[in-house]
Design a protein around this ligand. Structure first.
Ligand code: GDP
Ligand code: IMO
Ligand code: MG
Length: 436
């Protein structure tokens, strides 16, 4: 058995963009290894540290601190994007200690084309994807004709498997668009080059990680997306194509479930969602614009304005349960500054009754009415003001914010280990030295 304090998973409890990147970077200060276990470059994780703003899509958020980085087998990789990210880190003179799972799957240009075409044909059931080829690549993995990183770095396998996949995808795409053209040789040659570049980083990460645990290395597992977007655990079909909660860690890394120590659930002080699907607590008016501006709620990957709403503790209670959270991090509390009153949703009403459990089906959620409790807001401060408060700790937080936090803790029957009051690393209050 691993020591409980040697591993921690950082999982988003909502619809993504909860601040997982920032929290992972913070915990990475104490870690040896940071691991991504799901998703691909649909993720956009932001870290602000030492005057630099990093935006990672595939690279785990331990990169600014030059930690060992692992992209696990549960991820899907667009090699072009990954190579760009590696180059970017090199240009910042960062030491890169990266290992990529040989069994992660590869995103090809036809996956990206199909992502767009298939979305269009879904009509009202479209999720508003990031159009990065995520769904089509995971579909091919499940269909068992997907191409893995192992194939990418072996041109003889790549040629054979790609030839088959290409002919299938070409026929499929041409059903939508008979004019579509992309030459096989062109894709093959390009991907062969990508394979040559990435080869030095490729290993069997399951063996590597299990050995690291045996050697008492400290590991942070960094989820992409949010639990409510998870393929099994989320609000299907308005989500992504991987397990975006702690449920995905074992399958996405090869670490046995019983060796995963703690799970830290990350909660934004309000709700945001980019893409489609009902958000019961959504706010539409000027207030929404204000929160969007104060929280800089624009997609890291696509630049789309994020939809915003009041904090929904009813769906977060569900995601806390399936993640088995040990503790929470609450982020973007500062972004609610100056807004009064604030509201938190505690339950939904459906057909005149108060529901006891979150109705995972969108058909029911669409007909639900949130039940709110109101809270007093807190005053606006300058960036320096928030940094100062973070330095002097929890006791210095505005009184109304402490009441808001306490309510969240009570509702989720857990304690907040991290309070985040700004995008920068030092705008963080860490309250549980035993956490990790
Ligand atoms: P992730 O996908 O969960 O890693 O989150 P994103 O990076 O996509 O979105 C979170 C955004 O909020 C980023 O721009 C962060 O820099 C920023 N952020 C994180 N924590 C805080 C916070 O406590 N306050 C403020 N104002 N911004 C934060
Ligand atoms: P991070 O890791 C927020 C959303 C998309 C869309 C749905 C499916 O930064 O929190 P996909 O491209 O995955 O097929 O899109 O999921 N989505 C995200 N929303 N944050 C993300 O990642 C997301 N990754 C995907 O907007 O609704
Ligand atoms: Mg994000």
């Amino acid at each position: 058995m691993s020591n409980d304090n040697n591993t921690i998973a950082v999982c988003g409890l909502s619809w993504g963009d909860e601040g997982k990147g920032k929290i992972t970077d913070y915990l990475a200060q104490k870690a040896d290894i940071v691991v991504r276990f799901n998703g691909g470059n649909n993720a956009g994780h932001t870290i602000e540290a030492n005057g630099i703003k990093y935006k990672f899509k595939l690279i785990p958020s331990g990169a600014p601190l030059e930690k060992e980085l692992i992209i696990g087998n549960g991820c899907v990789i667009d090699p072009k994007v990954l190579i760009e990210e590696i180059e970017n880190l090199k240009s910042l003179n960062k030491k890169i200690n990266l290992k990529i799972s040989s069994t992660a799957h590869v995103i090809f240009p036809f996956h990206i084309v199909l992502d767009g075409l298939e979305e269009q044909s879904k009509g009202k059931y479209k999720a508003g994807t990031t159009k990065r080829g995520i769904g089509p690549t995971y579909s091919d993995k499940a269909q068992r004709w997907g191409i893995r990183i192992f194939d990418l770095i072996h041109p003889e396998y790549l040629r054979q498997k790609l030839a088959k996949l290409y002919s299938i995808k070409k026929r499929l795409i041409q059903l939508y668009n008979p004019e579509w053209k992309m030459e096989f040789e062109e894709i093959f040659e390009q991907y062969k080059k990508y394979g040559e570049i990435l080869k030095p980083y490729v290993i069997d990460t399951a063996y590597y990680l299990n050995k690291a645990l045996d050697n008492n290395k400290k590991i942070v597992f960094e989820a992409a997306q949010g639990s409510l977007l998870g393929i099994d655990e989320g609000m299907y079909p308005f989500g992504t194509s991987s397990n975006a909660s702690a449920l995905g860690i074992s399958a996405g890394t090869g670490i046995p479930p019983k060796k995963i120590g703690k799970v830290l659930g990350v909660i934004k002080a309000y709700t945001s969602r980019v893409g489609a699907g009902n958000v019961p607590t959504e706010i539409f008016d000027d207030l929404a614009n204000r929160i969007r501006e104060q929280g800089h709620e624009y997609g890291t990957v696509t630049g789309r304005p994020r939809r915003v709403g009041w904090l929904d503790l009813f769906n977060i209670k569900y995601s806390s349960m399936i993640n088995g959270i040990d503790s929470i991090a609450i982020t973007l509390l500062d972004a609610l500054e100056g807004i009064d009153p604030l509201k938190i949703c505690t339950a939904y009403e459906y057909e005149g009754k108060v529901l006891k459990s979150w109705p995972i089906h969108h058909e029911i959620i669409e007909k639900c009415k949130p039940i709110y409790k109101s809270f007093e807001g807190w005053p606006s401060l300058s960036q320096e003001g928030w940094t100062k408060i973070a330095k002097s700790g929890y006791k210095s937080l505005p009184r109304a914010m402490k009441i808001y936090i306490k309510f969240i803790e009570e509702q989720l029957e857990t304690e907040a280990a991290i309070i985040s009051i700004g995008p920068q690393r030092e705008q963080t209050i860490f309250m549980d030295e035993d956490l990790f």
